[in-house]
Design a protein around this ligand. Sequence first.
Ligand code: SAH
Ligand code: DHB
Ligand code: MG
Length: 217
Amino acid sequence: MNLPLWSAVDDYWTTKLHDPDDALDTASAASAAEGLPPIAVTAPQGKFLYLLARATGARRILEVGTLGGYSTIWLARALPSDGELVTCEVDPHHAEVAAANMARAGLDKVVDVRVGPARDTLASLEGPFDFAFVDADKTSSAEYFRECIRLVRPGGVIVVDNVVREGTILDSGSTDGSVMGTWRLADAIASEPGVDATVVQTVGSKGYDGFVMAVVR
Ligand code: SAH
Ligand code: DHB
Ligand code: MG
């Protein structure tokens, strides 16, 4: 599902509300040239994450799933100059491309790309973080979410990407690992007294999907 209309509307609002952005364009182009899959958040989604992190007054941000660092650039820009963003990436090539993109964007002092399975990196981290964005392997989103609850301060925000999956999460017989991972995430959030959460369904140039947004109590 990916209506041309959805992309056209993304283009309309991006043209209206976003400044031309060499760092983001260069990061996207470099990621494509290096063979990374085209699965980064869209520009409006990136700006949404940036605005949320800014509104939270974030000084420390955690990201799970870096890819080429497109969402990382958006999020890091919400930070003050002495802020910090830790981003977890299992694929060394993705991490290398992301590190180069951070340097070109002038964000390499703020962003720390940690290479390795996110479970190990998360277990080694200490809070408090103000904001977390979970966007790695969907099979483990529930575990990443639980770690984020440990690491994010009360009043902080946790966003999880790709929780609607073109509505396939409603196929109760699904054996898809990402769908099953999303069910486990939903159960984990529903049984977690430590957060208030909801879903934001999205359409756009990446099709039909959605975010979970949670605030830590
Ligand atoms: N947040 C990025 C997109 C991330 S795509 C953006 O919007 O720009 C998902 C990334 O998670 C991929 O780069 C993939 O290699 C990484 N990933 C997959 N499994 C992982 C794991 N177990 N630990 C850390 N990263 C993982
Ligand atoms: C995929 C991963 C993502 O994080 C996303 O936003 C879209 C697609 C994927 O692995 O296919
Ligand atoms: Mg995603």
